[in-house]
Design a protein around this ligand. Structure first.
Ligand code: ADP
Ligand code: MG
Length: 160
């Protein structure tokens, strides 16, 4: 488990970029946290590190936004508006997540049973004006992504 506090939107995005720089085909990054916690901000940095140009917005209405030309084809999902697991299954996510490109999924914790066993779980919480970002890797492939939290410089991790 890693934990750090980011004190600006740029810092949240910078952490996303560090993860993005390490992202691989089949990666699954699950984002949990309240509205405004910084999930999309983090994803914007991650996408930029994968070479995505232009705006990355919360796919709240389109549900899945795809960036096929990224260094690793990136899929960004936002499940906020979905109420039931069958709606997620109807999108075919169960068959694609973990296989087809790299996935970043906002509100993934609302459907805890759907995702591959080896994944990176991030939880973002308001911490005064700042944000705390906690990371857990549940398997060996995604454990490599935790190195993003150990890089020197801002934002700096607190070991837990
Ligand atoms: P979510 O996708 O979780 O709903 P967003 O990323 O859309 O959240 O919005 C988060 C908001 O918080 C943005 O306005 C962003 O600029 C801001 N933000 C992100 N990280 C920080 C931080 N560390 N400190 C202060 N504001 C932040
Ligand atoms: Mg969002």
């Amino acid at each position: 488990m890693r934990s750090l506090v980011t004190t600006s939107p740029e810092s949240t995005a910078a952490l996303g970029a560090r993860v993005g720089a390490r992202l691989f085909e089949g990666a699954v990054v699950l984002l949990a946290g309240d509205l405004g916690a910084g999930k999309t901000c983090f994803t914007q940095g991650l996408a930029r590190a994968l070479g995505v140009e232009g705006a990355v917005q919360s796919p709240t209405f389109v549900l899945v936004q795809e960036y096929p030309d990224a260094r690793v084809p990136l899929r960004h999902a936002d499940l906020y508006r979905l109420e039931r697991e069958v709606e997620v299954l109807a999108l075919g996510l169960e068959e694609r997540v973990g296989y087809d490109g790299a996935w970043v999924i906002e509100w993934a914790d609302r459907f805890p049973d759907l995702w591959p066993a080896d994944r990176l779980e991030l939880r973002l919480t308001h911490h005064g004006e700042a944000r705390r970002i906690e990371a857990v890797a549940t398997g060996p492939r995604h454990a490599a992504l935790l190195a993003a939290f150990d890089e020197p410089g801002e934002p700096a991790a607190e070991r837990t």
